[in-house]
Design a protein around this ligand. Sequence first.
Ligand code: GLN
Length: 501
Amino acid sequence: MMCTDALPGRLHPALPMLSSLTIGQAHQKLRSKEITSEELTRACIAQIEKVDGTLNAVVHENFERALEQAKNVDAKGDYAHPLTGIPYLAKDVYCEEGVLTTASSNMLRNKDYIAPFDSTTTKRLKAVGAMSIGKVNTDEFTMGASTETSCFGVTKNPWDTNCVAGGSSGGSAAAVAADECLFALGTDTGGSIRQPAGFCNITGIRPTYGRTSRFGVMSMASTLDTIGPMCKNIEDLAIVLEAIAGHDPLDGTTSHEAVPPYSKNLKTDVKGLKIGIPKEYFIPGMNQEVEGAVREAAKVLENLGATLHEISLPHTEYATPCYYVLCPCEVSSNMARYDGVRYGHTVTQPKDLLEYYERVRSEGFGPEVKRRIMIGTYALSAGYFDAFYRQAQRVRTLIKQDFEKAFEQVDIILSPVSPTPAFEVGKNSSDPLAMYLEDIFLSSQVMAGIPALSVPCGFSKNGLPIGLQLMGPQWGEQTILSAAHAYERSTEWHKKKPVIA
Ligand code: GLN
């Protein structure tokens, strides 16, 4: 464990508290020379050293290098971009040149895989002067909803350490909520940004598929994977998204669609905004506290001038089953590259090549990854392809059409993020189906490729955060960011901070 004494330099008197600033606040202070980027970075490091023993969010530290970068930024003294001099943490699937990146899997951890190149996103952040201070925990290769499949063990929820922080970007969410960084990067294949954001009382956005580049981020399911920011408020989310979004020649699925200046365009006015409330997301027997908080949030938006409309997304019930056919199919193909030949875990003295593969993959991968490889390979095999894969693709089209029809009537759609607040560590870990059902409100948007975000909207009586989900049409990030911003300005939920025991 790194100790701050080993890092000589001027310490700010209010050191740990600096890490609780939002990007917007820190930017002001950097520009007015009230603080330096080095102080900000040291504050994050100090907070990591203080609380991460309890939370287990940070899995690889990059402190020395981040401090070097911070000093360089301070020496130049030009903080023109809102992210210049801002420290962040990246999920352990973002490749950064010269930095340990392991997808929280023994497959890469056993060989201390050091990425030889930068992901487009971390490169773009580096170019504007933001510094990565380390890597945060994830479910193995992002497969899971609790970080319990990580080879580093579970990340605890800062609001209640008996509960999970969510997943797979649970490390990112806990780190932001606990002020270990100013923002974090996550990935959302089937809800992994929105669910942990909701569980930890922070904000996170899954952008439209093709809005952000996947280059250099270890793939799970290539037609579903998106990458996005997780922040302390909506303004910050807009700032980071703007910096990382846009066409990338290295990712052929990114769009040439212009990136709006999201942060400048943020409105606080929702007058006339038509909000759809899908009846399929509010079902009898649902968690009362979640339903209450989300309906209350809808009222807040109505009081601000929006109109509420009941709508139907009839194929909603098929979204999660459909996801759990398509996702494993793509997983089975993407995981094929981990064969122990080019990189990753290796074994000695195999009898032959087949035994080499068998041993590498059975030792390197954990049970959830193996489960998905098996399901995916089965669903893609000759006799079952039509019955499973092709059928799921058809259902995917129907789900997409549900949204297209709905967005002819309304501007955005509102729902809960998760069926319950954060669950206890171990509750679902031996029941994959129960874990998959955690994604019930999060799979449809993935099938349709549309943007969706999570914003804090209340707490359970046990003091656990509840998240509100806003969905927009393709390329509709600005509309949901503005609505969430308006909501956030009329509420105090996002300002609440956990006390970490
Ligand atoms: N819980 C989902 C899964 O396990 C989501 C994962 C993700 O978005 N990376 O597939």
